[in-house]
Design a protein around this ligand. Structure first.
Ligand code: SF4
Length: 315
């Protein structure tokens, strides 16, 4: 499976409802932002990460394996333009009138000098039919100087800055070697939002040491951040990661699909109504995934989720 996200993969909603639960889904929201269909194309712009190159640590977050991020057309040996052209060719046969968002996804996409970053983002925006950029990064890699530039850029094009938050619990962040605190996430999200830049966040449910109760404790805290968009993933153990070694030494509980669905339903019910929810589940390539092996395609997960909501509401 490819690492890019298709908007069609989002949980199928009925006009912004998940079953009878109201929430704003990303697919519906993004269709309101453009008069045409848009698709993200992932780019590996050749960045590294301060949590891997020794600046913060050399081990990286314990769950991280960037092989799970990148589709085959996305490789840093190719220029940004080439990666986008290849991505466009991949999608265009399906929807010839499609437009694209350049998704700077792999590693830390603000980890360079501002001038170099400007060149990269602007190279992407110069590609035909690219109508915006999405920049994934860590909250401790966002200077005010870069925010000045991004604020100006957001007046000229569609821009989302997406931060890995992962957890609101500093003990967990320490345990997964995240290299920053939750206070850092809050500060950077507030600085970004204050400039009118669309701000996204990413969290993982089921990190070591976090049970359902802890996730539900965190939901209102995450919801209190001035985020526009939230992505939620289940924890996955990926081959070759530090977490995989930890799990082999001392296995810990990973959610069954039924447990995760129940958690998602409760979690979403604690979030702000105006928070755009981009996804609830992630699927790493089968050959890299150690556990949990749910063996479900996104639409199969969706069907189970909707079935469970119906069961809970008709009790
Ligand atoms: S910040 Fe991102 S790229 Fe860096 S180690 Fe953590 S998950 Fe990997």
């Amino acid at each position: 499976m490819f690492g890019f996200i298709t908007f069609n993969d989002k949980i199928h909603t009925q006009g912004g409802f998940l079953g009878n639960m109201r929430y704003l889904d990303f697919g519906t929201w993004i269709r309101q932002q453009f008069p045409f269909r848009v698709q993200k194309i992932s780019i590996d712009a050749g960045f590294t990460c301060p949590n891997r190159d020794g600046k913060i640590s050399s081990g990286g977050c314990t769950f991280c394996d960037n092989r799970t991020f990148s589709p085959s057309f996305c490789t840093k040996e190719k220029t940004i333009t080439r990666q986008l052209e290849d991505g466009k060719a991949f999608f265009a046969h399906k929807y010839p009138d499609m437009k694209y968002l350049a998704y700077f996804q792999s590693f830390t996409n603000t980890y360079a000098k501002t001038d170099q970053l400007k060149q990269m983002y602007e190279e992407a925006l110069a590609v035909d039919d690219v109508v915006g950029v999405v920049i994934g990064t860590r909250p401790d890699c966002m200077s005010n100087e870069l925010l000045d530039y991004l604020e100006a850029l957001s007046h000229q094009t569609f821009l989302i800055v997406e931060y890995g938050i992962e957890s609101a619990n500093n003990q967990t962040l320490l345990r997964i070697n995240r290299g920053h605190t939750f206070e850092c996430s809050r500060d950077t999200i507030e600085r970004t939002h204050a400039r009118g830049i669309l701000t996204g966040g990413h969290i993982i449910l089921g990190l070591p040491g976090e049970d359902q109760q802890e996730s539900l404790r965190q939901a209102p805290i995450i919801s209190s951040l001035p985020l526009d968009i939230l992505k939620i993933h289940q924890l996955q153990i990926i081959r070759g990661t530090r977490l995989a070694r930890e799990y082999a030494r001392q296995p810990f509980h990973l959610y069954s699909v039924e447990e995760y669905i129940d958690l998602i339903i409760s979690y979403v019910s604690l979030l702000r109504d105006d928070l755009v929810l981009e996804r609830f589940v992630s699927q790493s390539p089968a050959d890299l995934l150690i556990a949990p092996k749910w063996g479900l395609k996104n639409h199969e997960f969706t069907n189970l989720l909707n079935k469970r909501i119906r069961e809970r509401t008709t009790r």
